[in-house]
Design a protein around this ligand. Structure first.
Ligand code: AMP
Ligand code: GLY
Length: 424
């Protein structure tokens, strides 16, 4: 079959790497892809939100299945766009329709959903411009630190953790009155701060049946020792030692099953991934957020651990028979180190020539922000490459991934040397 992956990051590279191995994949296209995805399939220069362009491509190349990587096209309704088109509606799209994508697209929707279905999460209250005064008063009674979340998509920047009442009140005013995050902060969720360790849990569902994919830990801060500004993610490790059978049983019973059942009860169709971002608070899982897609850079650690034919699992999602598919997971440990641009997550310059990818010995290099220019691979984004090693234990995986990341060079190259050391 012919498969189209939508997206251009490290996550999509990992999908492409895995899908290209499937005997069921005849032709693979990636729109728009990056310099690395061209190794696994054909890049087509169409933007992820250009639905008409994607439509043309799907018809022209006889695409049989579309896998959507990022959240934006899902929240904007790419799946609904397919269903509303006579020529596209029979082509399965992996990723929820707009209604289901609200789990990520609206923090208020997702919190209300969790409350309706008794899914453990932090206490919260939502405010708008009209209820700003009540919001300011609410803050005086809430404990500190306190979390403020823009309701809509804000490119990963919409969550603020405030440590003083003054800061929280100022930020609430900026968000609601001054539209700090534009339309995304026309509603703000004020949420209790949860103390614990974060974990990313990935669920694949056809809307009725589900499979829990390997979990992963993501390292969000730019600096070693989890310091400095938040990034899209500087590395990941899978599996995560504290996510043992006992903990994962709680996650499944208290979060995954009620989520799938909740979607069913509310007649919200859902074919795709549910990424549960959760906090382990003294052994008890609390949901921080849902995403309607896989994580990045978690996917780069998750895909190498999946031994089953991934296309077969995607077909299970598409056809509603995921229960008949087998998910086989390797016991090995995958560690991913992200090489980022100098200056990231602040300002950075693209177009630096990348060398040394061929020197990598024991890792897979999943390219993210790269492009081909006159035969050179050049940087084209903040997160440039994900270097993933799959080894027998955490220590070896980290050692190999770190050593291999150091074999790659471009002007300004930066990566964290402490990813995963908290797990040793
Ligand atoms: P989100 O955009 O919802 O993923 O939030 C970004 C990050 O903010 C999360 O990965 C957490 O590190 C942090 N965060 C969000 N909500 C909370 C919370 N209630 N308590 C503590 N940290 C949180
Ligand atoms: N790694 C976190 C995310 O993909 O949102």
């Amino acid at each position: 079959m012919n498969i189209l992956i939508i997206g251009s990051g490290g996550r999509e590279s990992a999908f492409a790497w895995k899908i290209a191995k499937s005997p069921q994949c005849l032709q693979l296209f990636i729109a728009p892809g990056n310099a690395g995805t061209a190794q696994y399939g054909t890049n087509v220069n169409i933007k992820v939100n250009d639905f008409d362009g994607i439509r043309k491509l799907v018809l022209q190349k006889n695409i049989d299945l579309v896998l959507v990587g990022p959240e934006e096209p899902l929240v904007k309704g790419i799946h609904d766009f397919f269903l509303a088109d006579e020529k596209l509606k029979h082509i399965p799209v992996i990723g929820p329709q707009q209604q289901g994508a609200q789990l990520e697209g609206s923090k208020d929707f997702s919190k209300q959903f969790m409350f309706r279905h008794n899914i453990p999460t932090a206490a919260s209250c939502t405010f708008t411009k009209d209820t700003l005064q009540q919001g300011l008063e609410y803050l005086t009674t809430a404990g500190l630190p306190i979390v403020l979340k823009a309701d809509g998509l804000a490119a990963g920047k919409g969550v603020l953790i405030c440590t003083t009442l003054h800061e929280a009140q100022q930020e609430l005013i900026f968000m609601l009155k001054d539209a700090k995050f534009g339309e995304a902060s026309s509603k703000v969720v004020i949420e209790q701060f949860l103390q614990g360790i974060e974990l990313s849990v990935f669920v694949m569902t056809d809307g009725v049946n589900y499979k829990i994919l390997p979990e992963a830990k993501d390292y969000k801060r730019i600096g070693e020792g989890d310091t400095g500004l938040n990034t899209g993610g500087m590395g990941s490790v899978s599996p995560v030692p504290f996510a043992n059978a006992d903990f994962m049983k709680k996650v499944e019973e208290r979060i995954v099953i009620p989520t799938i059942e909740g979607l069913k009860k509310e007649s919200i169709p859902y074919k795709g991934f549910i990424f549960v971002g959760l906090m382990n608070c003294n052994g008890e899982p609390y949901t921080i957020e849902y995403n309607c897609r896989m994580g990045d850079p978690e996917t780069e650690s998750v895909m190498p651990r999946i031994e089953s034919d991934f296309v077969d699992l995607l077909l299970g999602v598409a056809n509603g028979n995921l229960n008949t598919k087998e998910l086989k997971v390797s016991n090995k440990v995958a560690a991913t180190i992200m090489c980022v641009a100098g200056g990231y997550p602040g300002d950075y310059v693209n177009g630096k020539v990348i060398t040394g990818i061929d020197n990598v010995r024991d890792s897979i290099v999943f390219q993210a922000g790269t492009e081909l220019d006159n035969g050179n691979i050049k940087t084209a984004g903040g997160r440039v490459l994900a270097v993933t090693a799959l080894q027998d234990n955490v220590f070896e995986a980290l050692q190999h991934a770190t050593a291999d990341a150091a074999r790659i060079y471009y002007d300004g190259v930066n990566f964290r040397r402490d990813i995963g050391f908290d797990l040793l």
